[in-house]
Design a protein around this ligand. Structure first.
Ligand SMILES: Nc1nc2c(c(=O)[nH]1)N[C@H]1C(S)=C(S)[C@@H](COP(=O)(O)O)O[C@H]1N2
Ligand SMILES: [Mo]
Length: 407
């Protein structure tokens, strides 16, 4: 009799995780066969996302929130955007997951198992804002290629893990370390195992901040598969592309990391402002570091109606990369005059801040827009309609606006 070959235990485990149930006769699943429930997957069920989320792309998965879905102070999984550059890893075996720290600038490479990481180092929890560098891309003109994110590629969840700096110290660094780059288990769209979908990083100073974590929990539970289970680098306040999911390696570099999507024009903007549509040479593009100041009105939903004479309570979040938001304002007259909102302090550095206001200045029945504008601790405010154009459509931090009808 011809021997049948079966899918590996690791792949089975991943299937079960995605399905949320044990595949009882899993050991009988033939090699290369995908269970029916996963063949034409419903992304909302698959990733446990709210059905109001917007799917921008299925291969790879890219899913965003709408402003009113982001009303929670701590973003739950169901409202968290997904940005994948490749395919979700298929062979996750948590029991054999390891993280290797290597690169020119380690004294000696070292490998840790997941349980070693969890037991050897102190654990910390921070609420960290992760925004895709391309959030808001859809509004640029001339348009930029890539996912046409509107406003929903941002989240602020609680991440629990160990400090990358503690792990790096345990490994031992050479004095010429300037950058780190992550390596991960996701699969390149071409399925070429030699190619990484993405391998980005941050300067060593950012890697050594207290809040830069190797995280294994999100909101008090195992990280959901789509968000990097079982181990993720989290580097809040910077383009979320620096927060590697499914991380199994960190290279400590003696030069700027040159992994996939670090070079060329990826995650870079012109070092000096350019005119819309202008061609920019690669060497005139600079790597995006701290994200710019931004805010989102999460309540009410755009299109809300109130009765004449009533006041309107608005609320939302504001964030400013490495900085704090020091002022939050709203306008009901298309940015002609501004009034202050109340803005809370962040729960920790790099967490978004909550704002609210009671608006009683609608003079009569009619159509209004509420615009919100945050200003960071260095006095940088959000542009009202659009920031400077850039070829790849990054960093659109324009004021968020909602429509209101007074009836
Ligand atoms: N391994 C890996 N890490 C990754 C990515 C990826 O495709 N593969 N995408 C990056 C990008 S571009 C973003 S915006 C964030 C998205 O994180 P989320 O899907 O958990 O919201 O993950 C980053 N980390
Ligand atoms: Mo991103």
């Amino acid at each position: 009799m011809k021997r049948r070959s079966f899918i590996s235990k690791g792949a089975l485990g991943t299937f079960s995780t995605i399905l949320g149930a044990e595949i009882v006769f899993g050991h009988e699943v033939p090699l290369g066969y995908t269970p029916l429930a996963l063949q034409d997957p419903d992304p909302f069920k698959l990733f446990k996302k709210d059905s109001d989320m917007t799917v921008l792309n299925t291969k790879p998965w890219n899913i965003e929130a709408k402003a009113h879905l982001l009303d929670d102070k701590i973003t739950p999984n169901k409202f968290m955007f997904i940005r994948n550059n490749g395919l979700i890893p298929e062979n996750i075996d948590v029991n054999n997951w390891s993280l290797t720290i290597d690169g020119e600038s380690v004294k000696k490479p070292k490998t840790y198992s997941l349980s070693e990481l969890k037991t050897k180092f102190q654990q910390y929890t921070y609420q960290l804002t992760l925004e895709c560098g391309g959030n808001g891309r859809s509004e640029f003109n001339p348009p930029a290629k890539g996912n046409q994110w509107t406003i929903g590629a941002v989240s602020c969840a609680n991440w629990t893990g160990v400090r990358l700096k503690d792990v790096l110290e345990d490994v031992g660094l050479k004095s010429d370390a300037v950058y780190i780059g992550y390596h991960a288990a996701d699969i390149h769209l071409s399925r070429n195992p030699e190619k990484e979908p993405i391998s980005r990083g941050v300067p060593i100073a950012k890697a050594q901040q207290d809040e830069t974590l190797l995280a294994f929990q999100m909101n008090g539970e195992d990280i959901p598969l789509a968000h990097g289970y079982p181990l993720r680098l989290v580097s809040g306040g910077w383009p979320a592309s620096t927060s590697g999911k499914w991380v199994n390696g960190i290279s400590v570099r003696n030069k700027e990391h040159d992994g996939a999507k670090m070079t060329g024009t990826s995650y870079r903007v012109p070092c000096e402002p350019v005119a819309p549509g202008e061609k920019v040479a690669d060497e005139d593009m600079c790597i995006i570091e701290s994200m710019p100041v931004k805010s989102l009105i999460t309540y009410p939903k755009s299109g809300a109606m109130i009765k004449e004479g009533q006041s309107l309570n608005i609320r939302g979040h504001a964030w400013a990369g490495e900085l704090e938001v020091s002022k939050m304002e709203y306008s009901v007259d298309f940015g002609s005059t501004w009034n202050n909102c109340t803005i809370e302090k962040p729960v920790n550095r790099l967490a978004w801040q909550h704002f609210s206001a009671k608006i009683s200045d609608f003079p009569k029945k009619g159509y209004y827009e509420v615009w919100a504008r945050a200003t960071d601790s260095q006095g940088n405010g959000q542009p009202m309609l659009l920031p400077g154009w850039n070829p790849k459509g990054y960093l659109n931090n324009a004021c968020h606006r909602i429509a209101i009808k007074v009836i």
